[in-house]
Design a protein around this ligand. Sequence first.
Ligand SMILES: CC(C)(COP(=O)(O)OP(=O)(O)OC[C@H]1O[C@@H](n2cnc3c(N)ncnc32)[C@H](O)[C@@H]1OP(=O)(O)O)[C@@H](O)C(=O)NCCC(=O)NCCS
Length: 204
Amino acid sequence: MPPQSGGHEAPPAEARSGSAGSAVRDAAGDLLHGATVVLRPATEADIPALAAIRATPEVLARWRGGPDFGPELRESIAGKETRFLAIEVPDSPGAPGRVAGAIQWSAEEDPDYRHATIDIFLDPALHNRGIGADAVRTLATHLVDVERFHRLAIDPAADNEPAIRCYAKVGFRPVGIMRRYERDADGTWHDGLLMDLLAAELIR
Ligand SMILES: CC(C)(COP(=O)(O)OP(=O)(O)OC[C@H]1O[C@@H](n2cnc3c(N)ncnc32)[C@H](O)[C@@H]1OP(=O)(O)O)[C@@H](O)C(=O)NCCC(=O)NCCS
């Protein structure tokens, strides 16, 4: 699981610019800006939009749950261990963002194994436009530069080709197959693919 800390040196967050593609905290400390996406803590007001996305067949197949996603989403929003962020995309240039999905991360803080893990779901209407990679890159940049993780991990189902491709675009590499790692809704077990990324491998 988690990796060791220390090692890589990054400039302090305050020294970095907010140019497209660089993930930085805003003055309030809670917005991350990507090339297109903005990541911010999800709130109660996001639940209807996020529940509708969770209910789509494409997301349901990977995240399961339901039929009432409210309690689970409320728990994710309130959770302290896992940071649950809404992904906003602009409807048009300069327009206010709309919720396109969510991305979450949690940390293994044991110093001898320190690392962060990421998971994501996105509105299928927006798939295959690079938004997933932008969101993962934005969060990964924050985790490396600001939270100072030297290693990130992610564990898509072994047959989730779009997710594997999305993460590979950000620099995640396959480590190996975790056999019968995850149980499906029908009770059968399927393989997972462990992917990880070391700080220097992040494709910014
Ligand atoms: C995983 C997910 C977030 C990716 O988001 P996205 O915005 O579509 O990702 P991107 O557009 O950045 O990248 C997707 C890549 O997969 C490719 N792809 C799509 N379908 C594919 C397939 N069947 N086989 C191989 N590659 C495929 C796309 O062409 C694209 O690669 P490219 O940019 O080189 O052309 C999104 O598919 C999703 O929410 N899926 C449902 C929930 C889920 O699986 N979550 C992940 C759990 S680990």
